[in-house]
Design a protein around this ligand. Structure first.
Ligand SMILES: NC(=O)C1=CN([C@@H]2O[C@H](COP(=O)(O)OP(=O)(O)OC[C@H]3O[C@@H](n4cnc5c(N)ncnc54)[C@H](OP(=O)(O)O)[C@@H]3O)[C@@H](O)[C@H]2O)C=CC1
Ligand SMILES: O=C(O)[C@@H]1CCC=N1
Length: 264
């Protein structure tokens, strides 16, 4: 039995993935303070709970899919009803396993960092387990995460880097898509056509890198004819410090993860 506290973007992404992967809707329980979100969830056919007690009682695995600023209060509300066999699954940036345990005691805790492409079953999730999690539970959690994402098991200190790269990464890729599409519109391509062309190009490029395993530099070189057009664009990106800007962007996002970890 799997429970979700909070029925927003990430819970929707995860639950849709689970349902598509044949996890029975009767095994999924959801609670949210927002009635509209619950109405949407009831259309998916999952169990709607009227409160946290009902959700916790019915669930072995409990996903905390609320915003980080409400983690403390939700954990405080459920701390007295979390028994030894329950598994808490977190997904908030900067919220350490130790912080969970400082509120609910030494209970089984899994920390994850998913991302929004989970909404279309193409997510990426970094996951780390505390020492109380048994092998069978670990396999169960990984199989759940695999219903909507590629899964990478990591040690907890690396989760801040994954948060920057794969958790926040989609936002940066969408900015690239938006910028390329704006340029296409400037060149006279209608907006909708521009998005389709750019999205297909980004998706295809990622697939090419993934499937061939070739170095991205080699794949870039394959596009650049001698004295041709692409190499002119490459020169412009180098002049504008494109790669330096991307590296700075990820490092600053990573540092922000470290900063918020200190204040949570
Ligand atoms: N979005 C992303 O790209 C990623 C998000 N995450 C993490 O996932 C978590 C969820 O994010 P996301 O799905 O975007 O958030 P959303 O705001 O979309 O969803 C959170 C839901 O929880 C509800 N809620 C608020 N307080 C409570 C409460 N006390 N009990 C039950 N429900 C409550 C909110 O209601 P209301 O709207 O009325 O406040 C909302 O419906 C966050 O911790 C986030 O950091 C991790 C990786 C990527
Ligand atoms: O910005 C955030 O807090 C979350 C973490 C990763 C993506 N979004």
């Amino acid at each position: 039995m799997i429970g979700f506290i909070g029925a927003g973007n990430m819970a929707t992404a995860i639950i849709k993935g689970m349902l598509e992967d044949k996890i029975n809707k009767e095994n999924i329980f959801v609670y949210d303070v927002n009635g509209e979100k619950l109405q949407f969830m009831s259309k998916l056919g999952v169990n709607i709970c009227s409160g946290l007690k009902e959700l916790v009682t019915n669930s072995k695995y409990i996903f905390l899919s609320v915003k980080p600023n409400v983690y403390d209060s939700v954990l405080n509300e459920i701390k007295d009803i979390i028994s030894e066999e329950k598994v808490i699954v977190t997904m908030a940036a900067g919220y350490e396993i130790a912080r969970v345990k400082s509120i609910i005691g030494n209970k089984k805790t899994v920390r994850t960092m998913p991302n929004t492409p989970a909404l279309v079953g193409q997510g990426f999730t970094a996951v780390c387990f505390d020492e109380l999690i048994e092998e069978e539970e670990k396999e169960k959690v990984i199989s759940m995460l695999k219903t909507f994402s590629h899964v990478q098991e990591i040690k907890e200190p690396f989760i801040n880097a994954y948060s920057a790269v794969s958790g926040s990464g989609p936002a940066f890729v969408f900015m690239l898509i938006e910028a390329m599409a704006d340029a296409a519109v400037l060149m006279g391509i209608p907006r909708a056509e521009a998005y389709r062309a750019v999205e297909a190009t980004v998706l295809g490029s990622a697939s090419l890198a993934l499937k061939t395993g070739k170095h991205p530099g080699e794949l870039k070189d394959m596009v650049c004819s001698p004295g041709g057009t692409t190499i002119e664009g490459v020169r412009t990106l180098e002049e504008k410090n494109f790669r330096g800007a991307v590296i700075e962007c990820l490092i600053n996002t990573y540092k922000k993860n470290l900063d918020i970890t200190k204040i949570r």
